[in-house]
Design a protein around this ligand. Sequence first.
Ligand code: ADP
Length: 259
Amino acid sequence: AEAALRQSQKMEAVGQLTGGVAHDFNNLLTIIRSSVDFLRRPDLPEERRRRYMDAVSDTVDRAAKLTSQLLAFARRQTLKPEVFDVGRRLSGVADMIDTVTGARIRVVTERPDRACFVRADLSQFETALVNMAVNARDAMAGEGTLTLRLTCGCPLPPIRGHGGSPLPFAAVSLSDTGSGMEAGLLGRIFEPFFTTKEVGRGTGLGLSQVFGFAKQSGGDIDVVSTVGGGTTFTLYLPEAEPDGDIRPAEQEAVPAPAA
Ligand code: ADP
């Protein structure tokens, strides 16, 4: 049953992905189609002929880039879950986030002092948090505070109108003091290839990775945002029993939580 559930969650993510790609591909094909139609005209001035040829060439390049992004995304779907203590991983994650956000964004970490184990792909977990941090950085236009907070043993609230579970989850939230998002935008951000960033700056795949990772790990991702006030993304992962591999000493070496 668990495998079937995982499979259906995977299919959900893949379904969303293919829908997004099909839509983008269609747009590109429309550009190529209409350019070729113009190019067929015998009386087309040389200057316009060159312009349409460039449009076809550029659009083919964009389609090729889309394909390679899709392949990279598909490759990331293979997860290697392991049991780890989220709290112990946070300082490493905060360091990575520091690197991507730069000196003018303050990164604050808050965590409880008890261990909190989850079973998930560790590198995907780190990637998900870095992806969210990159967005937070972009939303803060270079200045602000990013708070990385871990809460253990919380129930999973219903998200996007469904789900919810009384079982203990680890909740890792990332709050920024950035631009925030309107409701219309919020409804689309997890769609693959959805981006509001300039061509070349955004791929629209960051939050798709986060979404796919959360679902495939048996968790979920929630977002709360206020225009002009900032945004909080919360990644929920089901808590797991510590593995036999984890030595008790590792579970105890937890520094005092940040204020
Ligand atoms: P990308 O970052 O490449 O655009 P994502 O899937 O990571 O792709 O994000 C999709 C869109 O969601 C972004 O283009 C942006 O408009 C919006 N977004 C994501 N995170 C935030 C945030 N923290 N604050 C404001 N907008 C955000």
